[in-house]
Design a protein around this ligand. Structure first.
Ligand code: FES
Ligand code: FES
Length: 217
């Protein structure tokens, strides 16, 4: 009896044939989403935008903003005012402190469109290297910084603190809420507690603020 005959192909020929068949199958099959593909981003056209007028450091700007833009990003990314720093972006470090209509605020926690028509002061608007604000000069004199990353926020906050004390705004450590706040180290530390300094320049910062306030450091 004759034994059955099989075509003899090499292992290499078998691999090539298998790969060709797989390629043909994938070309004819409908495309399937990759298992880890990122979600499709919403179309930019669907994002509401709003014209926003901001006067920053005395200069008027009209911005066409995605309504989700924070004031911090509007300053840094749209107006190129990078003196205001992004530390945590969550309202926990104070690096983004600016002065809006006379009040210090965390620019990362507020939307730019909420400040339509507002007057904003950033560190660039307080002073220049040639003509520094007294608080900037005091920080230099008292070594109120090391790496300097928190410093713009510290200085804007410090200017706001002295204005709050002048207006009689009490703090958490004010003993008498109806009396004029004291310019004590405890008051300054409490009022500046929202501004974190990783370098630990706190004592020198208090000295600088005290000097600008007219007290003895
Ligand atoms: S960046 Fe705004 S509080 Fe930290
Ligand atoms: S000076 Fe470095 S974080 Fe404050």
């Amino acid at each position: 009896m004759d034994s059955p005959t099989f075509p003899l192909i090499s292992r290499r020929e078998a691999l090539i044939a298998g790969a060709a068949a797989a390629a043909a199958a994938s070309a004819s099959a409908p495309a399937a989403a990759a298992p880890n593909a990122p979600p499709v981003a919403a179309s930019d056209a669907a994002v509401p935008r709003m014209k926003t007028a901001l006067t920053v450091n005395g200069q008027a700007h009209s911005l066409d903003l995605d309504t989700r833009t924070t004031l911090l990003d509007a300053l840094r990314e749209h107006l190129n005012l990078t003196g205001t720093k992004k530390g945590c972006d969550h309202g926990q470090c104070g690096a983004c402190t600016v002065i809006a209509d006379g009040r210090r605020i965390n620019a990362c926690l507020t939307l730019a469109v909420m400040h339509d028509g507002a007057q904003i002061t950033t560190i660039e608007g307080l002073g220049t290297p040639q003509n520094m604000h007294p608080m900037q000069s005091a920080f230099v004199k008292h070594d109120g910084y090391q790496c300097g990353y928190c410093t713009p926020g510290q200085i804007c906050s410090a200017v706001g603190v002295l204005d709050e004390i002048k207006r009689g705004v009490p703090s958490h450590v004010s003993g008498d809420l109806t009396a004029r706040p004291m310019l004590s180290a405890d008051e300054l530390r409490e009022r500046m507690s929202g501004n974190i300094c990783r370098c630990g320049a706190y004592s020198n910062i208090v000295d600088a603020i005290t000097e600008v306030a007219g007290g003895r450091s």
